[in-house]
Design a binder for this molecule. Structure first.
Ligand code: AMP
Length: 556
């Protein structure tokens, strides 16, 4: 038996895994790769990784010397996806402070709560967003400095208690190198609050180490697998889980970034793709549905775009098929703010390539990478087998998975028991099945499941089947109370322009695909599915509208 003193020690160097290492690597080894920011009219703004690195140093000097940012202070951003936001992504963590990306689509009261909870003292804001931020300022008592970048009406800030600075003026003349501190890899680097559908929003704090390891995973061939020959169109907002890790992962491998700034509507996105020819893009399904409609109405040359990563909500099969036909191969992925976000990626296993099984694999949420451990927990707390049929709540654990939430200044971290198990696993709130070879299929959110006569009906399955009908643009299915069955599904449907389908024909269409007892008897057509701040179906709004009698429901 070996005693402690005889133990063989590793002879490896103990080098901290920090965002600073990613920055140094990106701006030298991949110094000529580019961040291109769309400007709407005229030439896009183009900046090399070397320039980004130099400006990052200048920003860090400005934050420290002019604004007095120290230690683990939170520096917030209220920005679109653009080169300046990438600069903030590196300057703030590399100087040892914490980057706090604010979700500009959140309701005003939540934004105010979040800024106050994080005690942000500095906000870097795009000029085009001042109209949104200015009205909140009187309630943002911790904020002392606003740094404004890009075009926009500065007069909106007149009378604000915060000092207003121009981003470019702050950077001008500052040294283009910075003596970055040697940080412990467990230092907090960035924070992001979850959208908070129930209770107060919750702050997830990423470490340098978690970002570093997550970036390596994003770059693996079985994840996004991009190289310096690629350009990625980063549609997923930088305020939503670090734009799925892309601004970090790309500096590791020299992948060029194409940033849409505020031009997120389908027409400018299509134009950007045609002109800048990205090879990859990442966004939630809502964006892709919009782009598909645009491309159908006005075809464009989008042939460069070989791969699109879709996540954030389930990718409807009809969307995957339509994109496949256009030559854009969809790769479906699942994740959460708490999981950095990469949790699973749906790359089919080698044995399925070219077979009929392949499409089925691609439609799953995907396979867990080595660093994400997963288990399924049944209603009684029992652990369920990975047999592809036993459905339970997904729990995960790993080096880029949150183990707690930020507790506010001076407060302990929060570990609510509905979010973390006793042994420290994250309870995802997602319900699904896992196959023996580790492919996850989600059937619902725990809070969205429809329990009819003691059996679960998958709202996702019903939605996917409905959205494969040619007349249906979008469909969301929610549980509504039912005297006989406890709960039954309500189908809310958005029809395409000129659609002729009626409820009976939609139900008949489903009947060929879904078990009879699961078919909805309650139907309503709505103008649009309500969406959350990050573009997901907001089912709680639909349930409330139903409860308040606001929906015109037909019972078949
Ligand atoms: P957020 O933290 O706002 O990114 O939300 C995370 C949640 O989005 C997950 O817990 C899932 O419910 C949902 N989600 C993310 N990706 C997918 C996906 N590919 N399929 C289905 N749901 C997803």
């Amino acid at each position: 038996m070996s005693h402690q003193e005889d133990a063989v020690l590793s002879t490896m160097q103990d080098v901290p895994l920090t965002v600073t290492r990613i920055l140094r690597h990106g701006m030298t080894v991949h110094g000529t790769s580019q961040v291109t920011t769309w400007t709407g009219e005229g030439e896009p703004q183009r900046r090399s990784f070397r320039e980004i690195g130099e400006r990052t140093a200048q920003l860090a000097h400005a934050l420290r010397e002019d604004l007095g940012v120290t230690d683990d202070e939170r520096v917030a951003t209220f920005m679109w996806n653009n080169a300046e936001h990438v600069e903030a992504y590196y300057a703030v963590p590399c100087m040892g402070a914490i980057l706090h990306t604010l979700n500009l689509r959140l309701p005003a009261d939540q934004l105010v709560w979040i800024v106050n909870h994080a005690a942000d003292r500095v906000i870097i804001v795009n000029g085009s967003l001042l109209g949104l931020l200015a009205p909140l300022l009187p309630q943002l008592t911790s904020v002392e400095h606003l740094v404004v970048s890009g075009p926009g009406d500065r007069s909106l800030l007149a009378g604000s208690h915060a000092q207003v600075h121009e981003y470019e003026e702050l950077l001008a003349g500052k040294p283009t190198a910075y003596d970055w501190p040697e940080l412990d890899e467990r230092t907090a680097a960035a924070m992001c609050y979850t959208s908070g559908t129930t209770g107060d929003p919750k702050g997830v704090v990423y470490s340098h180490r978690s970002i570093y390891l997550h970036s390596m995973q994003v770059n693996m061939a079985q994840s996004m697998g991009l190289t310096d020959a690629d350009t990625t169109l980063v549609v997923v907002p930088q305020f939503h889980v670090n734009a799925w890790g892309l601004p970090h992962a790309t500096l590791m491998t020299g992948v060029n970034m194409l940033m849409p700034d505020r031009f997120l509507q389908p027409a400018p996105l299509a134009e950007m793709i045609e002109k800048e020819r990205p090879t990859h893009a990442a966004a939630v399904p809502t964006i892709w549905q919009g782009l598909l409609a645009e491309l159908t109405a006005k075809p464009r040359n989008v042939s460069s775009l070989g791969q699109v990563t879709i996540g954030g909500s389930a990718c409807p099969p009809s969307l995957m098929e339509a994109f496949d036909k256009l030559g854009m191969r969809v790769c479906h992925a699942w994740g959460m703010t708490e999981t950095s976000p990469l949790g699973t990626v749906a790359r089919p296993p080698a044995h399925a390539a070219g077979t009929e099984e392949e499409f089925g694999y691609r439609l799953t949420q995907g396979r867990f990478p080595a660093s994400v451990e997963a288990r399924l927990v049944g209603p009684g707390g029992e652990h369920l087998p990975w047999d592809g049929t036993s459905a339970g709540e997904l729990e995960v654990r790993g080096p880029w998975i949150a183990g707690a939430y930020y507790g506010g200044a001076g407060g302990d971290v929060l570990r609510p028991e509905d979010k973390f198990s006793d042994d420290g696993w994250l309870k995802t709130g997602d319900v699904g099945v896992i196959t023996a070879d580790g492919f996850l299929t989600l059937t619902d959110r725990a809070k969205d499941v429809i329990k009819s006569g003691g059996e679960w009906i998958s709202s996702v399955e019903l939605e996917n089947a409905l959205m494969s009908h040619p007349d249906v643009a979008e469909a969301a299915v929610v549980a509504v109370p039912d005297d006989k069955w406890g709960e039954r599904p309500l189908a809310t449907v958005v029809l395409r322009e000129g659609a002729t389908a009626d409820y009976a024909s939609l139900r008949d269409f489903l009947a060929g695909r879904i078990a009879k007892w699961q078919l909805p008897e309650r139907w309503t057509v709505i103008p649009a599915v309500p969406k959350t701040s990050v573009g997901k179906f907001d089912k709680k709004v639909l349930r409330r509208q139903y409860a308040d009698g606001e929906l015109d429901v037909t019972k078949l």
